[in-house]
Design a protein around this ligand. Structure first.
Ligand SMILES: [Ca+2]
Length: 572
């Protein structure tokens, strides 16, 4: 991984050097850079391309960015940083909401750079609002960006294309990962069980968790698992995942079709197993009201931490850390005197990693992060939100005034996504003002930063944050370039160890469909009710499942499926 960072830095450096040389060649006999283009605050720019001279091309770029998070003043540190390092003039376009953006676009006052929903790409392209971004230029001037998105999905540009031409740049969210799975290590030890791998082994463990007093309190007061009733994405998701399905996601069905997960026959098999488990008393009867994540005692993480259920697959990796600021961790520590004592020593705050096996020594008890169970056909998965963001970067007609201008824009984007120094300056701000190096050579906030008159919680005085940093959290290498031990623990020790390594299952429908707005809420309620009844045995699954699928299809599900597949075909 280190090698990749280095390579990005080298390429970033080459971009900057190339720009320096271009600027140097065009104006080598001219005066030093004008004072007006200096950054607002003392930075450490790699600059050098400031003395552009009269003949230099210095394109003017109107920038509406991603959101309403625009800088409050026209002159800001981040805007000056871009102007200085890329020899451009930045004009900030202030847009407060999508309505205002649409008004701007309809009056033909289209910003060079803005972001909008993927559903708008065709409309904007057909109305001549946005420009084609030639694929060859993307490959040439954004090679690291190109590599990142193609590694995610080699069809990714088809989601941003109209009639085979690319009209927008897809964005990824690198902090998204498959949901981790954990089991109580102390209970496994107490009942003499190994870490379960298959679904059958998991069932065997759950039988022991229910019947062999795993918490050794002399009472039959423990269950195998429960679910997050308030979030359908997490409903027994790794159990459905062991059958390769998820009732509430669009999944691939065969080679060239999408189908709604509930309608797949594997969902019926999973429901039958869950009903069997309910009958065996392995599922906490409170599963119909338990929540995913609250501050109280009614959520899955409390029940897991306090020792009512022994298995959890409902929290993201952030909550699985041992730094005492995550939800599961906070509740776990509150129930564990040994861990409280351990974290009383401030030096211990970020030292631990997630456990993937039961440790021989150290504070007890621990929860062990395991892989999702492997089902009868060898399938295994954990729900993962999509890495593809719903918003795309688009370029107005003005961005194509000259090829030089377009290339400069793409170079800025490439530096933001792959050059660490550019990213830090746009996202966090300048060294010595906002942040400093700690004794472990990590970037952390300066203690006095929050008292500074340049401080703003969204960075709107310096212009830092996602207004200019359009590629926020896209490059996974950059998740740890700021924030010190906390970021290291979250994105290296935890995300890489327990989450990115899991088989994920995500929604395969990557564009919104119109019919879903019409039908989905009602259809989802119908399926939720059916699934609960099926698990609790209030309906006979064999006698009612096919009819329920039919009812779903007849009441809007077929229309949604057709629309989902019409989109899917455009990506093939
Ligand atoms: Ca007990």
């Amino acid at each position: 991984m280190k090698g990749i960072t280095k390579k990005y830095c080298v390429i970033g450096l080459i971009v900057i050097l190339t720009l320096s040389m271009m600027a140097g060649c065009s104006g080598k006999d001219n005066n030093p850079e004008p004072a007006t283009s200096a950054p607002a605050l003392g930075g450490n720019n790699a600059s050098g391309q400031g003395d552009e001279g009269n003949s230099a091309v210095r394109p003017k770029i109107s920038w509406a960015g991603m959101t309403d998070n625009y800088p409050l003043e026209d002159e800001s540190y981040a805007a000056s940083y871009l102007e200085e390092n890329f020899n451009v003039d930045i004009e900030i376009v202030r847009v407060d909401d999508p309505q205002q953006l649409n008004l701007l676009l309809s009056t033909n006052d289209v910003p060079d750079i803005f972001a909008s929903s993927g559903t708008d790409i065709r409309k904007y392209a057909e109305n001549g609002i946005i420009s084609e971004i030639p694929m060859e230029l993307i490959k040439t001037h954004m090679p690291n960006y190109y590599k990142l998105v193609m590694e995610f999905d080699d069809k990714v540009f088809s989601y941003a294309s109209v009639d085979g031409k690319v009209f927008a740049l897809p964005l990824l969210e690198s902090t998204v990962s498959p949901v981790p799975v954990a089991i109580r290590g102390d209970w496994l030890k107490n009942v003499g069980a190994d870490i379960p791998v298959t679904l059958q082994e998991l069932e065997d463990v759950f039988v022991k968790f229910r019947n062999e007093d795993p918490d050794r309190n002399g009472k039959k007061d423990t269950y195998g698992l429960t679910m997050a009733s308030d979030s359908v994405s997490y409903w027994f998701q790794t159990i459905f995942g062991a059958f390769g399905t998820h009732p509430f996601l669009w999944l691939k069905s065969g080679e060239r079709e999408l189908a709604y997960g509930f309608t797949l026959p594997e969902t019926k098999d999973a429901l039958k197993l869950l009903h069997k488990w309910y009958g065996m008393d392995l599922i906490d009867p409170e599963f119909v009201t338990d929540k995913r994540r609250t501050n109280g005692q009614d959520d899955v993480s409390y029940k897991f931490a306090s020792g009512r259920v022994g298995y959890i697959d409902t929290l993201t990796y952030d909550d699985h850390q041992w730094d005492n600021d995550g939800q599961l961790n906070a509740k776990w520590v509150a129930n564990a005197p040994e861990w409280q004592q351990f974290f009383n020593d401030a030096d211990n705050t970020y030292v631990t990693t997630a456990f993937t096996e039961i440790p021989e020594s150290g504070p007890q008890p621990v929860y062990v992060n395991i892989k999702p169970p492997v089902g009868p056909e060898g399938k295994s998965s954990s729900f993962s939100p999509s890495k593809l963001r719903g918003h795309y970067i688009m370029l107005g007609k003005g961005a194509l005034e000259s090829e030089e201008k377009l290339i400069r824009i793409l170079q800025i984007f490439e530096a933001d996504v792959s050059d660490e120094e550019t990213y830090v300056n746009l996202e966090i701000g300048p060294e010595g003002v906002v942040w400093e190096w700690n004794d472990q050579n990590q970037r952390v906030y300066k203690k006095e930063w929050m008292d500074s008159d340049k401080y703003h919680p969204q960075g709107r005085i310096l212009g830092t944050g996602i207004f200019f940093d359009l590629f926020f959290q896209m490059n996974p290498e950059f998740n740890t370039v700021f924030g010190g031990p906390r970021a290291e623990q979250r994105y290296k020790k935890t995300q890489e160890l327990i989450s990115t390594t899991l088989p994920g299952l995500s929604n395969q429908l990557l564009a919104p469909i119109e019919s879903a707005a019409k039908y989905n809420a009602e259809l989802q309620n119908m399926l939720m009710e059916y699934i609960i009844k099926a698990i609790m045995g209030e309906v006979d699954i064999d006698a009612t499942y096919d009819a329920t699928v039919q009812k779903w299809l007849d009441n809007g599900g077929r229309e949604m499926t057709d629309e989902a597949n019409a989109w899917y075909k455009t990506t093939q």
